[in-house]
Design a binder for this molecule. Structure first.
Ligand code: COI
Length: 355
């Protein structure tokens, strides 16, 4: 597979909507900037790279993505630093992970430079859409889907890659109440759980809806075989502070390798925290919550950032965790990561791409 050209055609919007942006009332993923990046894959190469006005797409009813689900995505964020720089957090990790997902879903590989240069071109043209109000950011959604119009079950031979950008507020506006799921599964060993495949999210909607009807905000998935071990939360990886250890599940074929997960583990290790990646059982979490040794629990994700877990539900029981203000490690991590991503402190890990 080769790249014909990295020349990106720019078609500017003739109807800019920037005046409609209300920075003080941003929700997550509801408004989109004026432009989008598009590239098409055909005959073994990526072509037709362009920035064009944000707008609807037209599909043939036989489009195979709609029938057989070859669709993957990424999520990352851009920020405007006080000195005016546009900073994007670890986009190289997302470009790589998109290709890992593409491999698992039998889709075309995307050269990382198309991902990164497309992203850069989009942010350059729509930089005024990057919000600066506290807690807000430009949430960026790169995605790739099959475009063959064919009903036979086989990998598509053509694909489209796109990037859209959404000035957004927080994904979770307050600490979350989670339920440990012991009936349904998000992913099984050997399945697609470690890929950022659209279908994984679809499969989670029904159990999540049942949990929301019981008053929970989110699920914590357990292993599909025995429902004994903690996995992740679907919108984020999960971490626990038990005693003085920071514990999270290791990366297996059922867990998404989160960019925030990697960043938090790297950061905590650099501070000398005892970080352990190992299978963590539901029993262990509940026992620690009962004994009072479960000091903190939190989700980590691009959209979720550091999401404090307020309480954990398991079957008919609910375990309320210590007050958020008392949670030293997750609060320290949250503050450091926010300062780093917003360019307020030195980027000692070299994580920010500056545009
Ligand atoms: C992200 O954190 O970027 C994600 O893709 C999770 C999403 C479901 C909001």
């Amino acid at each position: 597979m080769t790249v014909k050209t990295l020349d990106i055609l720019v078609q500017r919007s003739t109807n800019p909507r920037i005046e409609t942006l209300d920075q003080n009332n941003l929700q997550f993923g509801k408004v989109f900037s004026d432009h989008m990046f598009v590239a098409d894959y055909k005959d073994g190469q990526w072509d037709n790279l362009k920035i064009m006005p944000y707008g609807s797409l037209e599909f043939d009813p036989a489009n195979s993505m709609m029938h057989y689900g070859q669709s993957i995505f990424e999520g990352l964020k851009a920020f405007r630093a006080e000195d005016g720089r546009v900073l994007v957090f670890r986009p190289d990790m997302n470009a790589k992970r998109l290709n890992t997902s593409a491999e698992r879903m039998c889709m075309a590989q995307l050269p990382e430079e198309i991902f990164l240069e497309g992203l850069q071109a989009l942010l350059e043209i729509d930089k005024d859409w990057i919000p600066t109000t506290p807690g807000s950011s430009m949430y960026i959604r790169p995605f790739m889907f099959a475009t063959d119009n064919f009903l036979g079950v086989r990998p598509s031979e053509t694909y489209r890659f796109m990037i859209i950008a959404s000035p957004s507020g927080s994904y979770y506006s307050k600490p979350v109440n989670v339920k440990i799921e012991t009936t349904y599964s998000r992913a099984a060993m050997g399945g697609t759980g470690s890929a950022k495949a659209a279908g994984n999210y679809a499969a989670a909607l029904y159990p999540a809806k049942l949990a929301q009807e019981e008053g929970f905000d989110q699920l914590i998935w357990t292993d599909a075989k025995e429902h004994k071990y903690i996995e992740e939360a679907g919108t984020m990886n999960v971490m626990f502070v038990i005693g003085d250890q920071l514990i999270t599940s290791p990366l297996t074929s059922t867990i998404l390798p989160g960019v925030t997960r990697d960043s938090v583990l790297t950061l905590a290790k650099s501070w000398g925290v005892d970080v352990v990646e190992r299978a963590i059982s539901v029993d262990e979490v509940i026992e620690a919550a009962t004994k009072g040794t479960l000091k903190e629990a939190f989700g980590v994700g691009t959209a979720a950032t550091i999401a404090h877990i307020n309480s954990i539900g398991l079957e008919d029981d609910k375990y309320v965790l210590p007050a958020i203000e008392s949670r030293e490690l997750s609060n320290r991590i949250y503050n450091y990561m926010e300062d780093l991503k917003r360019g307020r402190i030195e980027d000692s890990f070299g994580w920010n791409m500056s545009i």
